[in-house]
Design a protein around this ligand. Structure first.
Ligand SMILES: Nc1ncnc2c1ncn2[C@@H]1O[C@H](COP(=O)(O)OP(=O)(O)OP(=O)(O)O)[C@@H](O)[C@H]1O
Length: 635
């Protein structure tokens, strides 16, 4: 058979270099990765055979084998699972399809020090390539279930790998690692040592539901003189079926790493045993970090579904609502058909009940976290709050539970987030509404002119900077009978008693400005539906506000980004009658007949209001020209 040589894809090469000059100190984890792949391959084969019993594959003794050869210094990880075709080997092993990994490499390049790099590696896991941490040559022989011919892949981890078709490959995949010399100072152990392998399997892979067997040395001598009888190294107990007090946190964490493709510990472990007519067990994990693709469309998410201990599918989305898409875990149902398909799951009544129950369980766990461990809750909310808030819009049934665990940045807290409940509790006498501001960033909302009067009067405002905040605030509308009100919407009447101007004075002021306001309204007709005097400004000359049921510019942009047609909505321009610029403009308006100059000033005033709230001038070049022109005259 001819051997063909191929080059690794660029990213794959980078990743390999990283493995070879490993910045990851704990090299033992390579075995976890290979065993994890083998276990997946066994799951896949069992399922394929269930779906099609004519498939030419033996599923009578599915297992994983570790074989050592001291003399040759090799360790072989072998499974009799689903295997790969010639093309699949090239695709799956020679390239990096996972977009998260590409992102990881980018960040890795930016990480300055080795400690940062290790943290990053911990985030991603690098699967098969981690073999190159301990081996200077890796050979993989595989045969796909149902096919006659196998494939041999081999590489020294440098720029290239070879592929060759082989006739005598057994079912499944074996990975032969040609081990580097042991170097215990650098945590590179002797992986032909039986006790070392026992220890690693126990630590990282005990829960794997397939037997992991240690096959003796070829010469029949184990390193502690044991016979070459296969020994099963793992207990194979499904962790989700065991009572919580019998399982250690470490065991849960290893399962999480296996199914969550994450090398870090989870933030929270949640267990549920549902008894009764429809029995199931669930073991769910909240990761400690949000994945990169949390907000990308069509990313894979969902739980693993088992039926009576048999793995049925990954990424089962029907088990949790989309706003809990970051939750990882396993659900094992007693009474589902092994042949159940995704389509059936979407419509199944029991699955819907399960989803409801699991959702409530996750939310109640977050609630407990909030009271029991404030710091953990803060991490949770920082990582996943923006996703959870989607539920306020899409899941009215759980709205109250979601509002109870939601917290927000506020003008009254330094860094600490506040719940709506707490906000309402400390609302001063006379304040009827819950005020919030939405914007792109903390800086924009902090400096927004809309905040001026609130700040002056010491009224608490929630600072909402996630895109979804625009939507849920409208959808929710109120909390405990208090309206949720945007400081940038509608008329704001902040406690009229505090306004030291008498009614007469206000009337006079309104009259004095009537001409200017009407004229500006006409000049700015394209963008503005009303010009009025403001009660919310103290320092800025002008700001834009929307009517209570108008779309905000951010929402408009969001809808446009989603490809929806939205008419350009005009807002209300509010002027600060106490600002020198506004006063001056009014005087000039009253005095001058020729108003072409004033028209530019009116336009500038409007554009300043756009810029102040973090928006973009419609015509930036014109804005700059008009501003420069006026500045020049002040020199
Ligand atoms: N023992 C095996 N049997 C069958 N297919 C395998 C085996 N090992 C790897 N593969 C295939 O190669 C792919 C790439 O494996 P790799 O370990 O690099 O990444 P992964 O397992 O998909 O992701 P991660 O390591 O992040 O969990 C796997 O998704 C699987 O399709």
């Amino acid at each position: 058979m001819s051997t063909e040589t191929f080059e690794f894809q660029v990213e794959a090469r980078q990743l390999l270099q990283l493995m070879i000059h490993s910045v990851y100190s704990n090299k033992d984890v390579f075995l976890r990765e290979l065993v994890s792949n083998a276990s997946d391959a066994l799951d896949k084969l069992r399922l394929a055979k269930l779906r099609d019993d004519t498939l030419d594959a033996d599923v009578s003794d599915l297992h994983i084998e570790l074989e050592t050869d001291r003399e040759a210094r090799t360790l072989t990880v072998r499974d009799n699972g689903v295997g790969m075709s010639y093309d699949e080997v090239g695709e799956l092993i020679g390239t990096i399809a996972n977009s998260g990994t590409a992102q990881f490499l980018k960040e890795l390049k930016e990480a300055q020090d080795a400690a940062g790099a290790e943290g990053l590696i911990g985030q991603f896991g690098v699967g098969f390539y981690s073999g190159f941490m301990v081996a200077d040559e890796v050979t993989l022989v595989t045969r796909k279930a149902g096919e006659k011919q196998g494939t041999r892949w081999s590489s020294r981890g440098e720029g290239t790998y070879t592929l060759e078709r082989v006739d005598d490959a057994p079912q499944g995949t074996s990975v032969v690692l040609h081990l580097k010399p042991a170097d215990p100072d650098n945590q590179l152990h002797d992986y032909t040592s039986v006790w070392k392998l026992r220890e690693i399997v126990k630590r990282y892979s005990d829960f794997i539901t397939w037997p992991i067997r240690l096959v003796g040395e070829k010469d029949g001598e184990g390193d502690d003189g044991e016979a070459a009888e296969p020994e099963t190294l793992n207990s194979m107990k499904a962790l989700w079926a065991r009572p919580r007090d019998e399982v250690s946190e470490d065991e849960y964490h290893e399962l999480y790493k296996h199914i969550g493709h994450d090398w870090r510990e989870p933030l929270e472990t949640i267990q549920l045993h549902a008894e009764g007519t429809f029995e199931y067990q669930a073991l769910l994990f909240v990761p400690s970090h949000a994945p990169h693709d949390l907000f990308r469309q069509n990313t894979r998410h969902g739980l693993q579904l088992y039926v009576k201990r048999v793995f049925i599918m990954d990424d089962c989305e029907a088990l949790l609502p989309s706003y809990l898409r970051f939750v990882k875990g396993v659900v094992d149902a007693q009474d589902l058909s092994l042949n159940v398909s995704r389509e059936i799951l979407q419509q199944d009544r029991h699955i819907r009940m399960m989803q409801r129950r699991l959702t409530k369980k996750v939310l109640s766990s977050v609630k407990s976290m909030m009271t029991a461990d404030a710091e953990k809750y803060a991490t949770f909310w920082r990582e996943f709050g923006a996703v959870l808030k989607e539920g306020l819009v899409t899941d009215p049934d759980n709205r109250d539970a979601l509002l109870a665990v939601a917290s927000f940045a506020s003008t009254h807290e330094d860094g600490e987030a506040v719940t709506l409940k707490r906000y309402v509790e400390r609302m001063p006498e006379g304040q009827d509404d819950i005020y919030y501001i939405t914007g792109e960033s903390r800086e924009t909302v902090d400096n927004s002119p809309h905040m001026e009067a609130f700040r002056e009067r010491g009224i608490e405002v929630l600072l909402l900077t996630d895109p979804v905040d625009e939507v849920w605030t409208d959808a929710v509308g109120e909390f405990e009978g208090k309206r949720l009100r945007s400081v940038a919407k509608g008329e704001i009447d902040l406690d009229a008693r505090e306004d030291d101007r008498s009614e007469d004075e206000q009337k006079q002021q309104a009259e004095a400005y009537a001409g200017l306001l009407g004229w500006m309204r006409e000049r700015l007709d394209d963008d503005v539906k009303e010009v009025r005097l403001s009660t919310r400004l103290t320092r800025s000359p002008a700001c834009l506000v929307a009517d209570a049921d108008d779309l905000t510019p951010a929402l408009e942009n969001m809808y446009r980004a989603m490809g929806q047609e939205v008419p350009h909505s005009r807002r209300i321009l509010e002027l600060n009658p106490d600002h020198a610029l506004v006063k001056g403009l009014n005087e000039a308006y009253a005095e001058r007949e020729d108003r072409s100059e004033l028209a530019d000033t009116a336009e500038l005033l409007y554009t300043l209001a756009v810029v102040a709230e973090g928006g973009r001038p419609k015509d930036p070049a014109r804005f700059v020209r008009l501003t420069a022109d006026r500045l020049e005259r002040t020199l």
